[in-house]
Each structure stands twice: as C-alpha cells, then as structure tokens.
Design a protein around this ligand. Structure first.
Ligand code: PMP
Length: 283
C-alpha cells in the first residue's frame, strides 16, 4: 500500500486530498520530483532535493520547510511504505487561492507519495524501444524553462500523445532551433564512434539526475563523453541510442522514425552503462 505524507503528517489515501482551489490543480502551478528507493536507500536524495528547491526558487514558490526537514519527511514516508524498493513523488503545489492566477494568497502544500514503481515492460530493456520524433516542440527556455520540473507537463503530454498515436512509448522532442532536446520523460543519449553524446543543458532540457549519473559512469569507465547539439540526422546515423530517467533507468532505443539505429539491436556501450547503473543504484 502507498504511504502518503501531507503537510506534516502521514495520512490515509482517502484523506490525501487537496482543495479544488489549489493552483497546482487549477493552473499546474507547482513543482515536483520523482525519486527511486532501492534496497531501502533513497537514490541521489540530495540531488533531487536540490533540483526541487531550485525549481521552486525559479517560480518564486517558497517551500514551507527547509531541505533537511523535507528529506526527513521523505525518509519517514519511505519507512511507512515498508518495502525496500519503490518510487517517491514529491509535490509542492502553490496551494489554495482564489480563481485568478495571482498566487499571493496561496499557501503551498507539501505532498510525498511513496508507491510501487510502474516500469517499462521488462522485455523492452532487452529488445530496445522504438520511438518517433514529435511535432510538438519542447518549451522555449525563455517561456517555461525545461530545467524547471514544474507541475505543468502539457508540453510533454502533447508529445507523449503523438508517441502513443504512432504506437510508441516515447518521443523525441526538438527545441525551437530544430535540435534534439530530450524525450517526454527521459533524456536521450547517442553513441557514435565510441563517444557517448547527449544534448547540452542549453538545448532546453531537464537536467536529468540519471543523465548526470550516466555521464559520470561513462567517464569512470574511460568512455569519452560529449555534451553537444545533436540533430535528427545524428540520431539516425548513431551506432547506439538510449534513454535515461529515474523511472526508465537506462533503456536502449533501436528504431527512431522507422530508421533502425546501428545494428538495430541494443549496443555494447548501452549494455555496459545499463549494467553499471544497475550496480550503482544497489550499492
Ligand atoms: N526529462 C524530462 C522531461 C523528465 O520528466 C525526466 C524525468 N524526471 C527526465 C528528463 C529524466 O530526469 P531524471 O533522470 O532526473 O529522472
């Protein structure tokens, strides 16, 4: 059973409710994080908390408790969940106000949900994903910066709907320059001539914590890495492609817009990094 923390205490699912006047509900005004627990240990807890507070700071949302207290609340909720492996969703909403968008009367709400994780089907980690490029462009950084993990995911949802209509589970989103940015809920990596490449922060992406972890793991294994602008042509002509995310972990991509990538099978560097990641999360 899920464990839920709401504004200072653990509550039953039936009592885990927010107001219909909450601006998180009315306008998507708020921020969130998705975190994994492996073997009872919260993976990259500090990094997720830092990103959450930075997202909040960017939208002038004051989280009503200091980071250390929120981390304790998360740990408390994980203990209440009771299982060694799970998924943590931390949500800070702007809180209930009136029907206008002015947030000044709102009181932020703090929610932590710990539940079982919904994964991609296991066989896809062996066989690899087929994905498409979405027509929906990733938000421009000067509109709603993708580095802010806000509650407003419509940009990603529109691209996800395109993926689903194309019979796929993920889609590549391009930025306003037509460069590859990221996928709807994952970052994207290519391998070309032994170099692991991924779009840079200024491509307009969420700075994924799994992304950073994979860059570190690649460097530790002596694999050269490069954060550089990538086009769809780079994707089509790559030797390997894979996606990273807290939920997805490291998942191979074998076909993009009907083009087989490399051999059309998950590549050796993808497998190696996935293996390294699986070991690290359970260390
Ligand atoms: N991009 C987007 C748009 C996402 O929603 C996510 C998932 N949080 C990611 C990338 C991957 O980020 P992380 O590795 O921190 O989960």
């Amino acid at each position: 059973m899920a464990a839920i923390y709401l504004n200072g205490k653990l509550v039953d699912r039936a009592d885990a409710v927010v107001s219909v006047y909450d601006h998180g509900f009315l306008y998507g005004d708020g921020v969130f994080e998705g975190i994994r627990v492996y073997n009872g240990k919260i993976f990259k807890h500090q990094e997720h908390i830092q990103r959450l507070y930075e997202s909040a700071r960017a939208i002038l949302l004051e989280i009503p408790l200091p980071p250390e207290s929120l981390m304790q609340a998360i740990e408390q909720t994980v203990r209440a969940f009771g299982k060694p492996d799970g998924y943590i969703r931390v949500v800070i909403t702007r809180g209930p106000g009136n029907l206008g968008i002015d947030p000044r009367k709102c009181e932020p709400q703090v929610i932590v949900i710990v539940d079982d994780i919904q994964l991609y089907p296991k066989e896809l980690y062996e066989s690899g994903l087929e994905i498409v490029t979405a027509a929906t462009i990733r938000n421009h950084s000067n509109a709603l910066n993708p580095r802010i993990k806000s509650l407003n995911y419509l940009n990603n949802i529109l691209a996800k709907l395109e993926a689903i209509r194309a019979g796929c589970l993920e889609a590549i989103m391009l930025n306003t320059k037509g460069e590859v940015a990221e996928c709807t809920a994952d970052n994207i990596f290519l391998v070309k001539n032994g170099i692991v490449k991924t779009p840079p922060p200024d491509a307009g992406i969420l700075l994924g914590i799994t992304r950073n972890t994979i860059l570190d793991l690649a460097r530790a294994d002596g694999i050269p890495t490069l954060e550089c602008a990538l086009t769809r042509l780079d994707v089509y002509t790559a030797d390997e492609c894979f996606l990273t995310g807290t939920g997805a972990e490291v998942i191979p991509v074998v076909k993009v817009d009907a083009r087989p990538i490399g051999s059309g099978k998950p590549g050796p560097i993808t497998r190696q990094l996935r293996q390294r990641y699986q070991t690290l999360v359970r260390e």
